[in-house]
Design a binder for this molecule. Sequence first.
Ligand code: PSU
Length: 304
Amino acid sequence: MIQTQDSAEVAAARREGKPLVALESTIITHGMPWPQNVETARMVEATVREAGAVPATMAVIDGVLRVGLDDEVLDGFAQSGNVAKLSRADMAACLATGGTGATTVAATMIAARQAGIHVFATGGIGGVHRGAETSFDISADLQELARTPVTVVAAGAKAILDLPKTYEVLETLGVPVIAYGQDTLPAFWSATSEIAAPLRMDSAEEIARAHAMRAALGLDGGQLIANPIPVDDQIEAGVLAPIIAQALQEAEEQRITAKAVTPFLLDRLYTLTEGRSLVANIALVLNNARLAAAIAKQLGGLLK
Ligand code: PSU
């Protein structure tokens, strides 16, 4: 009933039993400006390949779940400013009505499970927005991590969010939050934060084993791998804090709400940092793609 279409590369990978890494498309349509969005998408795919896995960028196009986007499709998608941002709530409606949409972390997890892919790389997950005690704005990404068994490699939650509250919610939901190679959680554009990591792992193999163990235990839900941005590419949290505060104030003044909040804030940060936030964002996504590919390779041996 669900129409899915593998790209030629994904179809070949399945035949040859190669490890697959899912990638999302909201980061392309709503997270970065053109043309850096499509350039980044290509670099992320190339990084996955160099690391020995095969990329599967997810999207819904004309009611078809696309698993892997061919070059022309990716191009068109990155330039059409009018694509829906799909999450758990609207993915089925989009598929059922022949619509077109980019997949957020939540929707990409659903798509990955559907496609039999266990590992997914992105930039940063959504989470609890600052002021959520009055706005109730909490990303559906958190619930999805609690439900869908996909390992998500991200540089933590985006630092525009309320990070302590985001990690509290993940703890409540029973989502394993695993810092890669350090004792604190990263803060997206910054390599560290003051938040202690609930779990720490130092190799892709350990992460793959933990994923397989969750499956063996019959546990629902995925794992969040919080992979710090390389220190040379980071923007220090102290530099960013006043800029984030300004962007948040502008969002409030302009009454930006719901799905528009994150894209608005990312765009304002891009302008206010004179492009530095985007350079860091690209670096961290590539770093996540490398780790995700390493995990997918390890998992191949374990799930056989
Ligand atoms: N990572 C990035 N940039 C992004 C995103 C992730 O580096 O724009 C997207 C993901 O698709 C994530 C979404 O699911 O931001 C979160 O949106 P919201 O806060 O509205 O749930």
